[in-house]
Design a protein around this ligand. Structure first.
Ligand code: FES
Ligand SMILES: [Fe+2]
Length: 277
């Protein structure tokens, strides 16, 4: 269910501006707005800052969530709302309850002549004594520097994956490759190999050699170095887990890994990867 949020409190009363963070980002407006609306990545991509999140409501207007903070505020629950105003190229994040209640963080983005964006983030925090403002401003600026370091890697990675998807599919390429002798392959695993223009990771699970795609079916997150837990690969962007043997999503979302090549060991003890038509 989606709903239009109430007008922001700061539009009715003035909050003190305690500090600002600015940064040039090598990303498009589309990736930036997508990132702002993406509440689900907070405890995964920003695991130092958020321990968990529960969505109460979300839509094209923004989101309303309960989040458990990490870091210095570890374990504290806050109620957050983000409202996107694309026509004004900005979004406002409000802390509705919990630690820092009443805080509003206004983010504006501006397209740069040479490409990319400039983001300017203003921190409005109520009830901070004058002498404490510089310290609180420093806290938010350091926090946002880390959040954007992490977000840039996701936004640029997703853009690269989208661009690669648009590229012409390879035709007439081989559907099988010889990976090497079994003993050597078991010693090298896990490793990434390419077949028919796509990349896969070869892993050994309980003695069995298997391959899985290195592109997450959710939003194209990177799985080449993803953690493996009980036979499942966990995407670092939103934490979805996929069973490597079956491709099924183990965290309940409606997506699954694309079909991997079959990994076979021949009588010659050579390991082959074969795409199944
Ligand atoms: S991109 Fe979202 S879980 Fe992988
Ligand atoms: Fe983020």
């Amino acid at each position: 269910m989606t709903s239009e949020p109430e007008p922001l409190a700061s539009q009715k009363r003035r909050l003190p501006l305690i500090g600002t963070y600015e940064r040039d980002l090598p990303v498009s407006l589309a990736r930036m707005f997508e990132n702002a609306l993406d509440w689900e990545h907070l405890p995964h991509l920003h695991s130092d800052s958020f321990e968990s999140i529960r969505c109460l409501d979300a839509g094209a207007w923004g989101w309303h969530c309960m989040a458990t903070l990490g870091g210095m505020a570890s374990g504290q629950e806050v109620e957050l709302e983000l409202r996107l105003e694309p026509e004004r190229q900005r979004w406002i994040t409000r802390t509705l309850s919990g630690v820092g209640a009443g805080t509003e963080i206004w983010s504006h983005v501006y397209e740069q002549a040479g490409g990319g964006l400039k983001v300017i983030v203003d921190f409005f925090v109520p009830d901070i004594p004058e002498e404490a403002r510089a310290g609180i401003a420093d806290y938010y600026q350091t926090l946002y520097a880390q959040l954007y370091d992490e977000d840039v890697s996701m936004m640029t990675g997703r853009q690269a994956a989208l661009d690669a998807r648009k590229a012409e599919p390879l035709s007439g390429c081989q559907t099988e490759i010889m990976l090497g002798p079994e003993t050597e392959i078991r010693a090298r695993a896990p490793f990434v190999f390419e077949l028919a223009g796509a990349r896969y990771r070869l892993v050994e699970l309980e003695g069995k050699l298997l391959a899985h795609t290195i592109i997450c079916p959710h939003l194209l997150g990177p799985l080449e170095d993803a953690e493996i837990i009980d036979g499942a690969v966990r995407c670092p962007w939103h934490g979805y887990e996929f069973d490597i043997a079956s491709g099924a999503c183990r965290t309940g979302q409606a997506c699954r890994l694309s079909e991997p090549p079959d990994i076979r060991i021949g009588t010659d003890e050579q390991v082959r990867a074969t795409l199944v038509p």
